[in-house]
Design a binder for this molecule. Structure first.
Ligand SMILES: [Zn+2]
Length: 251
């Protein structure tokens, strides 16, 4: 499922290995999963999607301190810097399925597939908060936007069907905005961008990553040709900047 060859990218951990990274420089801290809810575990543990994602993160990045992913947590989704924990509650998975049921009312398998894609986007988003915290990575602008961008990049660049997964994550933002109703003051001072903006930003990343493949998607979403064009540069900048910023965290 995870791309082995990422030839087009500057994510040069392979090169780093080939030139010889001193073994003593590597931290032995890792990310691991705590399955704290039986129901959640039964549903998702067998798919190995989360274990694969955590293995990918551990294979690619190092950690200053061990990071726990609690699947079936009481709260979240969130990253708790005090405890070095990413919390992902089972309720969130259920909420996401309920929202996708509006799109695909007759297909529970698809609802769950889309929900898992979205949870992976969320996992990479929360990992973004963790890596920024552990390695003091500078962030200009909203950190929430920055880690949304990282989630897009990790999905699109490392997963075979990552662009489709990112589209499903974008779709959730659209469904959440429909669900929210009219905008309130709090939506404007929230640390996150508006759901509508997160929807279009994520689509812009997908379109920018492969304009030929996803040009029609931009058009059907109402994104202008000019904006779709700028998404190409925006996405490339996102990839290049994260490549530079993640250097201290990369194996
Ligand atoms: Zn966040």
């Amino acid at each position: 499922m995870i791309k082995i060859v990422v030839a087009t990218l500057l994510w040069t951990f392979v090169v780093a290995l080939s030139v010889g990274v001193p073994v003593f420089a590597a931290s032995h801290s890792k990310m691991h999963i705590e399955w704290s809810d039986e129901e959640f575990a039964a549903e998702l543990k067998s798919s190995e999607v989360f274990q694969d994602a955590v293995d990918f993160i551990n294979d690619t990045f190092r950690f200053e301190r061990p990071l726990v992913l609690q699947l079936g947590a009481d709260d979240g989704p969130l990253y708790d810097p005090q405890k070095d924990v990413i919390q992902m509650p089972y309720e969130f998975y259920q909420q996401v399925i309920t929202l996708f049921a509006q799109l695909e009312p007759d297909d529970e398998v698809i609802q769950k597939e889309y929900a898992v894609d979205t949870l992976l986007h969320t996992l990479f988003h929360e990992y973004g908060h963790a890596v920024i915290d552990q390695f003091d990575i500078p962030v200009l602008g909203r950190e929430e936007d920055a880690v949304d961008g990282l989630a897009s990049v990790l999905l699109i660049e490392y997963y075979d069907n990552g662009a489709e997964m990112a589209i499903n994550a974008a779709e959730l933002f659209a469904l959440e905005s429909d669900d929210r109703g009219s905008l309130q003051e709090e939506d404007f001072w929230d640390e996150h961008s508006l759901d509508e903006q997160r929807y279009y930003s994520t689509l812009c990343h997908v379109v920018g990553s492969d304009p030929e493949q996803y040009g029609e998607l931009a058009e059907s979403a109402g994104i202008s040709e000019e904006r779709a064009e700028s998404c190409i540069f925006e996405y490339q900048q996102l990839v290049d900047d994260w490549d530079k910023l993640l250097a201290p965290a990369r194996k």
